[in-house]
Design a protein around this ligand. Structure first.
Ligand code: NAD
Length: 252
């Protein structure tokens, strides 16, 4: 799988899954521009640019995408990874939280894609990969707002794939299970017993362990690369079997 000669933008590439995507795209031969509220955690080197940008702010995205094209002359791949968490059942988040999470997680994907598309349409190998979640298709407890946002990312992926197929832009998403990133560490820090909570999250996945960020990134690079030239409008689960498997309960 190679992305030799291609240029990728990764939102949220300063941490976790986004950082792993930036690393994997670099290893596959791409040049990478990280757009992040805090780009200090982006990889460094001659094939990387890290730009402060907010996916909730169109002007900062326009500046970030322009920086990518100015630095490397083209844009072929967009990874819409930046996202924020929300915890609670349907009554637990106020209007401001609903507006904020949908603005970042859903409108952020649309906004970044809209700014990038004039450049992507000029690429002979254009691809957008959105980061959805198992929460898009499975009912998880106390994740009402977050799940709504990721279900919307899934639906948006399909609609974008239909609209953009004539322009030669493929659009897919990945649907990770629980991934071992700083995000999950932050979530667990709020639990009474973080280690016990981590064991429960691991046990929820049939593989018995959390997914690694590198495993999600490998799926993203596949979908972004010309190797997936016939793949558009799909959601690729990277969830340790969580979405599809029904295993007999193991005696404890
Ligand atoms: P993370 O918190 O480790 O990293 C998120 C990055 O996004 C950070 O660098 C942060 O600064 C950046 N960011 C946040 N808001 C931004 C904004 N408005 N504009 C630009 N950058 C912004 O999180 P992660 O676990 O790597 O999650 C990345 C994506 O993967 C998210 O969309 C998340 O919903 C999704 N996801 C995560 C998991 C998981 O278990 N960790 C599972 C499924 C899906």
């Amino acid at each position: 799988m190679t992305c030799d000669g291609l240029v990728a933008v990764v939102t949220g590439g300063g941490s976790g899954i986004g950082r792993a995507c930036a690393d994997a795209l670099l290893a596959a031969g791409a040049r990478v521009v990280v757009l992040d509220l805090d780009p200090s955690g982006a990889p460094s080197g001659p094939a990387v640019r890290a730009v402060r940008a907010d996916v909730a702010d169109r002007a900062s995205l326009a500046a970030g995408i322009a920086a990518a094209v100015n630095a490397f002359g083209r844009l072929d791949i967009l990874v819409n990874n930046a996202g924020i968490s929300a915890v609670g059942a349907v009554e637990d988040n106020d209007d401001a939280q609903w507006a904020r999470v949908l603005d970042v997680n859903v409108a952020g994907v649309a906004r970044t894609s809209a700014v990038a598309l004039p450049h992507l349409r000029r690429s002979p190998a254009a691809a957008i990969v959105n980061v959805s979640s198992i929460a898009a298709t499975a009912g998880l407890p106390r994740r009402a707002l977050y799940s709504a946002s990721k279900g919307a990312v899934h639906a948006l992926t399909l609609a974008m794939a239909a609209d953009l197929i004539g322009d030669g832009v493929r659009v897919n998403c990945v649907a990770p299970g629980t991934v071992d990133t700083p995000w999950v560490t932050r979530l667990l820090a709020g639990a009474d017993d973080p280690a016990a909570e981590r064991r429960l999250l691991a046990a929820r996945q049939p593989t018995g362990r959390l997914v690694s960020a590198a495993e999600v990134a490998a799926a993203v690079v596949y979908l972004a690369s010309p190797a997936a030239g016939a793949v558009t409008g799909t959601s690729l689960a990277v969830d340790g079997g969580m979405a599809g498997l029904r295993l007999p309960a193991r005696p404890s």
